[in-house]
Design a protein around this ligand. Structure first.
Ligand code: NAP
Length: 256
């Protein structure tokens, strides 16, 4: 039985990039809270399948769906699959995102900028559009919630590491505010989490798998965070416990 702040058993959430890291922790926690979960992935089928198997073996409902969120046709197919296999969407976690090797701004080239904008900006926009078309009362929907996974980098700028990624997350912050206001009267809440230094595989993409251990001593809490700690905040913002919260940012960055 769901609690007064938990989901109805029919609630359906799609987690983009749900096979690994923060997305996987979010998918697993959402299932434990009673959501039916769409686990999107781009390439790592084994990880996404493992998340779905873990959910099913605990009695939950989940489906793994391959789609590159930067491609309109693939995003349309992703959401159509959720409709068909899980039912009407009530939540979207715009989690898929990426970064590339640490460098200074003068060493960024056009191709990399195009990839970074696509994965971190275009993807969340395309997915949010599909979610709004399904959840907005303006389109006959029942309302719902969107949680964007931004980053503390949008505030800090990520100098000497990835200013491009930080700027893309700045765009996600602007989209969070703008979309929240656009759909506030249509039953949809839009919020963002801004994780700080979280132990996932993303740091290896930057060329420094040990980045968390290097930077952690400089943080107010003197440690990195876990994907599960971020998932807790995402689930709060998705849930009716956050029913009067929209256009808000929750920093999960150990005090930074
Ligand atoms: P991660 O472990 O590298 O996982 C990233 C996930 O995103 C993977 O499941 C990946 O799919 C998916 N993905 C990437 N590009 C995609 C695309 N075009 N289409 C569909 N899926 C795509 O990273 P993470 O640390 O969990 O990051 C999750 C989110 O948190 C990102 O938005 C990231 O920017 C943000 N964040 C992370 C930190 C941190 O310290 N870890 C801090 C702040 C913000 P595959 O598995 O198929 O490759």
């Amino acid at each position: 039985m769901s609690s007064s702040t938990g989901p109805a058993r029919t609630d359906v959430v799609l987690v983009t990039g749900g096979g690994r890291g923060i997305g996987a922790a979010t998918a697993l926690l959402a299932a434990r809270r009673g959501y039916r979960v769409g686990v999107n992935y781009r390439a790592d089928e084994a990880s996404a399948t493992a998340v779905v198997e873990a959910i099913r073996s605990a009695g939950g409902t989940a489906v793994a769906i391959r789609a590159d969120v930067t491609r309109t046709a693939e995003v349309e197919r992703l959401f159509a699959t959720v409709d068909a296999e899980l039912g009407p969407l009530t939540g979207l976690v715009n989690n898929a995102g990426t970064l590339e090797r640490q460098c200074r701004l003068e060493d960024l080239d056009e191709d990399r900028l195009t990839r970074i904008w696509a994965a971190n900006i275009t993807g969340p926009f395309l997915c949010a559009a599909q979610a709004v078309r399904r959840m907005s009362t303006r389109h006959g929907g029942r309302g719902g919630a969107i949680v964007n996974v931004s980053s503390a980098a949008s505030r800090l700028g990520a100098p000497n590491e990835y200013v491009d990624y930080a700027a893309a997350k700045g765009a996600v912050d602007s989209m969070t505010r703008g979309l929240a206001l656009e759909v506030a009267a249509e039953g949809i809440r839009v919020n963002a989490v801004r994780p700080g230094l979280i132990r996932t595989g993303i740091h290896a993409l930057g060329g420094e798998p040990g980045r968390v251990d290097r930077v952690a001593p400089e943080l107010p809490m003197r440690r990195g965070g876990t994907a599960e700690e971020v998932a807790e905040s995402i689930l709060f913002l998705l849930s009716p416990a956050a029913s009067y919260t929209t256009g808000a940012f929750l920093d999960i960055a150990g005090g930074r």
